[in-house]
Write a protein that binds this ligand. Structure first.
Ligand SMILES: Cc1cc2nc3c(=O)[nH]c(=O)nc-3n(C[C@H](O)[C@H](O)[C@H](O)COP(=O)(O)O)c2cc1C
Length: 479
């Protein structure tokens, strides 16, 4: 029996939203027409207001190029009808990958990425009839402290270091004398980002995302108040790397590559499992003032403070960025913040809050940003827990100027053609929706095969992943 999502109708959902006092933050519309608004993006048009969020499947070849499962996922997204496909995390250098099978774009595999764009476009055109208004981007990432070979950290974070392991088997956290990336190292990261962006442009992507979320490297830098030198301390320093990269990409591509960023607007604080309840509790004691996170209220870190995120978005817009995908939290230390879920993944705690509070946090922060920058394209996150009603919440948010484009992440893994169904029938089919039970995350955490990584996808809705999941459990060393 689901614990939280028990709704048989939109009225049931509305009742629960009201019961929790969240009716200002989570709104519902039966009129879905806002979802079909076209959106201007640079000199292009996005044909509707629906996006597929970046969803990596940890299923590339060891050399970083897409394997068949990657093509399959992108083709399914392409055929599904969303007009914005926000391609998944793709590393800009090998040691910056988050896992052994993460995509990695480099000089020797550009043609594979070109093929990926092409196959996605062909699938879209075949299914929808036209692809001139389909926009396909690539998320460029440096995994920073979550790089798979070893943590590459921007600064020693008293709250996050104890939750970052240098030895996962023996559970040894980052020690105080662990080296941090130097300013010279970060300059080389700038070079790698610019180089990868040019390659993505050559491969035919319409835009790149300079990933600043989920506490990977550029996200960590946004909160690097305690770092010294050119890339830490002041907001100007903390945004130096991304601003430099934007300027250099614009120059290198003659302003032809559109630029976006997926950005954490609230990092939150690390959580751990309460052994008595299995639910998440803050890792105590966290310091006050809490200076570790970005977008975090220093006096009350369980709450957001959007002063800095709003300022950064202003700086990025001035520098030439045209779209922001708003997200939050860390998949490693507070997954309930980024991904409101019905059931925890195997490596995490059960949600410490009703997931509607998590959805409301996403919507509230996104609305504040959209309302501060009404002319900027803002993509919203955190919709999947709403299952088939995500379209009603999305339509209301667009209608009320609280977001420009509604994105689906886990929802799209389960149900890649939801946009087509909504277009054809006016609703999402209940039997196809994501039920947020986190098997996709469990698969991401599986490392014990010959490739060092199991492929991830939707276990309840996509049979082949149920097989992979069974295999993962069967072969687990500590089962
Ligand atoms: C299996 C899996 C893969 C993901 N891959 C990425 C990724 O490559 N880049 C990224 O920014 N977020 C990634 N995310 C986060 C999602 O894009 C999204 O932010 C999150 O699931 C919340 O949105 P939702 O409620 O629509 O699922 C991933 C999440 C999952 C569960």
């Amino acid at each position: 029996m689901p614990k939280h999502f028990r709704y048989r109708s939109l009225e049931d959902l509305q009742e629960d939203i009201t019961r929790l006092g969240l009716q200002d933050e989570i709104r519902i519309s039966e009129d879905l027409s806002p979802l079909w608004n076209p959106v201007s993006f640079g000199n292009r048009t996005i044909g509707n207001s629906l996006a597929i969020h970046p969803m990596e499947g940890c299923d590339g070849h060891l050399d970083g190029s897409p394997d068949e499962l990657v093509y399959r996922r992108w083709e399914r997204f392409g055929a599904g009808g969303a007009k914005l496909i926000w391609g998944e995390a793709t590393a800009v250098q090998e040691d910056a990958r988050a896992n052994t099978r993460q995509l990695w774009i480099h000089d020797d595999n550009v043609s594979d990425f070109e093929n990926l764009v092409l196959r996605t476009r062909i699938a879209h055109k075949k299914s929808i009839g036209r692809d001139d208004d389909l926009i396909v981007g690539l998320q460029l990432t440096h995994s920073g402290r979550y790089s798979y070979r070893k943590p590459l950290i921007a600064y020693h974070d008293p709250a996050v270091d104890p939750a970052t392991l240098i030895d996962k088997k023996r559970k040894i956290p980052v020690p105080p004398d662990y080296p941090i990336l130097s300013d010279g190292d970060l300059k080389r990261v700038e070079d790698a980002l610019v180089h990868a962006a040019v390659l993505a442009w050559k491969a035919g992507f319409d835009f790149v995302d300079l990933k600043q979320c989920h506490r990977y490297l550029l996200s960590e830098l946004l909160g690097a108040k305690m770092r010294e030198g050119e890339y830490g301390g002041s907001l100007e320093n903390r945004t130096r790397l991304v601003r430099n990269v934007i300027g250099r990409i614009r120059e290198a591509t003659d302003d032809q590559l559109l630029l976006a960023s997926r950005m954490n607007v609230y990092d939150g604080i690390p959580y751990k499992t309460d052994p008595d309840t299995n639910e998440g509790i803050p890792r105590e004691p966290y310091p006050i003032p809490y200076r570790s996170g970005f977008g975090v209220d220093e006096q009350s870190p369980l709450k957001e403070d959007l002063t800095e995120p709003l300022a950064v978005i202003g700086l990025l817009r001035e520098a030439g960025l045209q779209m922001i995908n708003v997200t939050m939290g860390s998949p490693y230390y507070n997954p309930h913040v980024g991904r409101p879920a019905e059931k925890a993944p195997i490596d995490a705690y059960e949600t410490p809050e009703h997931p509607l509070y998590g959805v409301a946090r996403h919507f509230r922060c996104t609305a504040a940003i959209q309302q501060a920058y009404p002319d900027l394209n803002i993509v919203g996150t955190g919709y999947s827990w709403l299952q088939q009603y995500l379209i009603n919440a999305g339509a209301a948010n667009i209608r009320d100027g609280r977001v420009t484009i509604v994105g689906s992440g886990r929802g799209a893994l389960a149900y890649p053609d939801f946009v087509k169904d909504v277009n054809d029938t006016g609703e999402m089919i209940r039997k196809k929706v994501c039920i947020t039970v986190s098997y996709c995350v469990a698969l991401m955490r599986g490392k014990h095969n010959e490739l060092g990584q199991f492929a991830s996808g939707c276990v309840p809705r996509d049979k082949m992943y149920a097989e992979i999941y069974k295999d993962m459990l069967k072969t687990a060393p500590d089962k």
